[in-house]
Design a protein around this ligand. Structure first.
Ligand SMILES: *Cc1c(COP(=O)(O)O)cnc(C)c1O
Length: 387
């Protein structure tokens, strides 16, 4: 029996998997069971931000695994303290909550927003506005938060209290706000929705309206955060700091980790007993996160991400078969002229290049430390496939 048959025989069929069995990786190249290698422009959907088995990352993870792999949050660990302090210091947030995924980080943000409002105003101010075409996760609550009808099937009843406003439409947003609203949650660049960055003027208006009414702004930076867009948080490029920011995906370089960051106004809302997670802040994941954080914030690293992003975008802009290029930094969406995104991804896979899709676009989320040599090789394959 092949690995594919075995897996499909025992794992629920929730994914459309490509017919490849990946076995190992080094730097930004991975190898399948037949020894065929692939340049990775997807980083495991933006998680392996330093590529495969980065030296500093491996060392940090192994060292922690050998000393203390887990203890519950009934106790303290130094590595969790170090990681939390480092994130707060880097981002300017007061406090954070650790969990294991993007959906969980958003669950935490949603609970925080509702309790913030309950504590201050009492019952009834619980509505959260998210944007049409957003993606916030797969749990019942984050499915409700996700502003796409395709996600609102089968699993009724969903969690109530969400309303969807059109991205970049200030009038629509205003029309959705009433006395029941406690928060607006948004992605600065909608990732799964098609790699579309919000207009700066829309983001400005969201912050202005929310400040007037003491409505929390919550930035879902699960995909855009930790250097992906060329700054540590994408919000920096919009000139704003949300009351609450969520992180996951690339935060620990490929280990499960999520965080919900709160500013001074919100840092005390989730108090003893109001939230929790068995695995959240796991020592090995924190050690991995520290290795990622210290690399991403090291001298010149983010400038280099910006340069590589500009380099890739420039090359894409002159490539045959591409209508437009979207996104921010190393979060890149490619609108195609004639081919479908899935056909391009399949053809690239055949040629040894891993790509992602986002709606009708091809999506690139290369490792943040990808080399120019790997970029050139990958783009040469893409150009060939697009011809
Ligand atoms: C991937 C993603 C999520 C969900 O993260 P999981 O770790 O899969 O739960 C939430 N929000 C955004 C913006 C994402 O890109």
């Amino acid at each position: 029996m092949t690995t594919q048959e075995k897996l499909n025989g025992s794992v629920m069929g929730t994914y459309g998997r490509f017919p490849v069995v990946l076995e190992q990786g080094s730097n930004n190249i991975c190898t399948d069971e037949n020894g065929k290698s692939y340049i990775d422009f997807g980083s495991g959907i933006g998680t392996s931000s330093l590529g495969y088995c980065n030296d500093a990352w491996v060392e940090a993870v192994c060292k922690q695994a050998k000393s203390l792999q887990h203890t519950s949050n009934l106790y303290y660990t130094k590595v969790q303290a170090d990681f939390a302090e480092a994130i707060c210091k880097q981002t300017g947030y007061s406090k954070l909550f650790f969990c294991n995924s993007g959906a969980e980080a958003n669950e935490c943000a949603i609970k925080l927003a509702r309790k913030y409002s309950f504590d201050k105003y009492g019952k009834g101010r619980h509505t959260i506005i998210t944007l049409v075409n957003s993606f916030h996760g797969r749990t019942m609550c984050t499915l409700s938060a996700t502003g796409q009808d395709v996600f609102h099937n089968y699993f009724f009843p969903f969690v109530e209290g969400f309303r969807y406003a059109e991205a970049n439409n200030i009038d629509d947003l205003k029309s959705k706000i009433d006395d029941t609203v406690c928060a607006v949650m948004m992605e600065y660049v909608q990732g799964e929705g098609g790699v579309n960055a919000l207009d700066k003027s829309f983001v400005d208006a969201v912050y202005e309206i929310c400040a007037e009414k003491d409505i929390l702004v919550m930035a879902d930076e699960v995909q855009t955060g930790v250097g992906r867009t060329g700054t540590f948080l994408a919000g920096e490029q919009f000139g704003h700091k949300a009351d609450v920011t969520t992180l996951a995906k690339g935060i620990a370089g490929g280990l499960p980790m999520g965080a919900c960051l709160a500013n001074e106004k919100c840092a005390g809302v989730l108090d003893k007993g109001s939230h929790g997670s068995t695995f959240g802040g796991n020592p090995v994941c924190c050690a991995a996160g520290l290795a990622v954080l210290s690399t991403v914030t090291s001298e010149g690293f983010l400038e280099e991400v910006q340069k590589k992003a500009a380099y890739i975008r420039e090359k894409l802009n002159t490539m045959e078969g591409i209508r437009s290029v979207s996104g921010l930094g190393l979060m890149i969406g490619i609108e195609l002229e004639n081919k479908t995104a899935l056909d391009v991804v399949n053809a690239a896979l055949e040629q040894g290049l891993l790509l992602l899709t986002a709606k009708t676009k091809v999506r690139l989320l290369p490792p943040l430390n990808i080399t120019y040599d790997e970029i050139d090789k990958g783009l040469a394959i893409l150009a060939e496939v697009l011809k």
